[in-house]
Ligand binder design. Structure first.
Ligand code: DQA
Length: 145
């Protein structure tokens, strides 16, 4: 298929596996990234992954790289970052928003995403499977190109 995807992980997601496992699961980010890559490979998609705790670095990755699609879990920046929203709106490439937890089932401050209306769609609440479902969605989008 020859398509490329950047998978971006926001703040504190480097702690996956140790961080609130009842909310975010027991699997480390490294393992999730490996599974994302394996799944994408079988669909002929090449993946780069990137995690940062810094808003500016995430914005640089969004605006200074060239992928066919971005999958992003903005983590806490989902609820606060107009700058990440603007970066996603500025690029011409499609994006999918991902959350491990169901943000609509949690505290009120998590129910508002500043990102959702500048992406194609949001997958929220399926644990690590949210990422793998996003790969399926991306493959379907590419197939419909
Ligand atoms: C999260 C949900 C956010 O509210 C939270 O700040 C995170 C992770 C998720 O994947 O469920 O860090 O994006």
């Amino acid at each position: 298929m020859n398509k490329t995807i950047l998978v971006l992980h926001g703040p504190n997601l480097h702690l996956l596996g140790q961080r609130e496992p009842d909310v975010y699961g027991n699997t480390s980010l490294e393992k999730i990234n490996k599974k994302i890559k394996a799944k994408a490979k079988s669909a002929g998609i090449t993946i780069d992954t990137y995690q940062s705790n810094q808003e500016g670095q995430i914005i640089d990755k969004i605006t200074k790289s060239d992928y066919d699609l971005i999958i992003i879990n903005p983590a806490a920046y989902t609820h606060t970052s107009i700058a990440i929203r603007d970066a996603l709106a500025a690029i011409k490439k499609p994006a999918i928003e991902v959350h491990l937890s169901n943000i609509y089932k949690r505290e009120d401050f998590r129910k508002k995403s500043l990102i959702s209306d500048v992406v194609l769609g949001t997958i929220s609440g399926f644990g690590e499977n949210s990422y793998y479902l996003a790969i399926d969605a991306a493959a379907a989008i590419f197939a419909g190109d």
